[in-house]
Ligand binder design. Structure first.
Ligand SMILES: Nc1ncnc2c1ncn2[C@@H]1O[C@H](COP(=O)(O)OP(=O)(O)OP(=O)(O)O)[C@@H](O)[C@H]1O
Ligand SMILES: [Mg+2]
Length: 257
């Protein structure tokens, strides 16, 4: 489980987070909502140790993230899949290389292992036919077609799927999605939402999804946390969110629904 305790974070004079606390429950999907620039990505980066809080702490499975050594952080991140804002694929890498980047970083160079894992995760996100987890070469043609493509050859929806596939590599316990549907049309957005919900169920992962698309939030969230003015202004389930009488919350919900 993840415990966010009194996180403060400023950049120069700008106070972005001013004492945010809440827990991310195991096995659930928690959506973090709030206006553009309110600090959602900054919060997520504090959770994975890409940024350190000025005050407060994040406990991930009982470990204080900001006190970990580089080595420990590296190990901790094996448990975490991160889908970055925008698809953030490397344009000069093909789809196979983009997918297995994390395994390579962790020293895996065995081509058979890399290829099997790439096929597994690309099937899991629907970019390859699902053949029940077996690699019998049935979809060899599809695989050969896909693996040598470059991000510029793919549609926006497909790029997001590759971004999700990359996060699934190594079977992480946690998956964090930063605005996974931004920039997609409603049909593709809904498909990504379904994918997130399906992965949460099938892979038994704990997910954090940053979004300001309320349609997505209603579909995938077990829990919702809202940030405004650097503070946590709401925490609860979707029903409670819809019924919130707090002005800052209900105005946001109405605007983005
Ligand atoms: N590394 C950084 N250096 C300086 N300022 C930063 C840095 N990272 C974020 N900020 C600032 O912190 C504020 C919050 O940024 P953040 O990216 O967390 O917003 P967000 O809620 O994710 O917004 P969006 O919905 O647009 O993605 C912004 O004003 C941003 O400019
Ligand atoms: Mg952001």
């Amino acid at each position: 489980m993840i415990r966010i305790e009194n996180i403060h974070k400023s950049f120069a004079e700008k106070k972005v987070l001013r004492g945010v606390s809440f827990d991310i429950e195991q096995g659930k999907t928690t959506c973090i909502i709030g206006k553009s620039g309110c600090g959602k990505s900054v919060l997520l980066k504090n959770i994975v140790g890409l940024l350190s809080p000025d005050q407060g702490s994040v406990l991930l499975d009982g470990q204080r993230v900001d006190s970990l050594s580089r080595r420990q952080l590296f190990d901790m991140r094996k448990n975490i899949g991160y889908v970055f804002q925008g698809a953030a694929l490397f344009d000069s890498y093909n789809i196979f290389e983009n997918t297995v980047i994390k395994l390579r970083e962790h020293g895996e160079n065995d081509f058979t292992i890399l290829e099997a894992e790439a096929k597994r995760v690309l099937s899991a996100v629907g970019l390859l036919p699902n053949i029940g987890g077996q690699d019998s070469g049935i979809f060899n043609k599809e695989w050969l077609d896909l693996k040598e493509k470059y991000p510029s050859d793919l549609s926006g929806g497909m790029k997001k799927r590759v971004g999700v596939a990359r996060a699934l590599v190594g079977k992480p316990k946690y998956i964090f999605y930063d605005e996974p549907t931004t920039g997609l049309d409603p049909v593709n957005s809904e498909q990504i939402d379904q994918l997130i919900a399906q992965l949460a169920k099938k892979m038994d992962v704990t997910s954090i999804v940053i979004s300001h698309d309320m349609f997505s939030v209603y579909h995938i969230a077990d829990k919702v946390a809202m940030i405004s003015g650097g503070e946590l202004v709401f925490s609860g389930n979707v029903e409670e969110l819809k019924n919130s009488t707090k002005a800052v919350v209900s105005e946001f919900v109405e605007r983005y629904s």
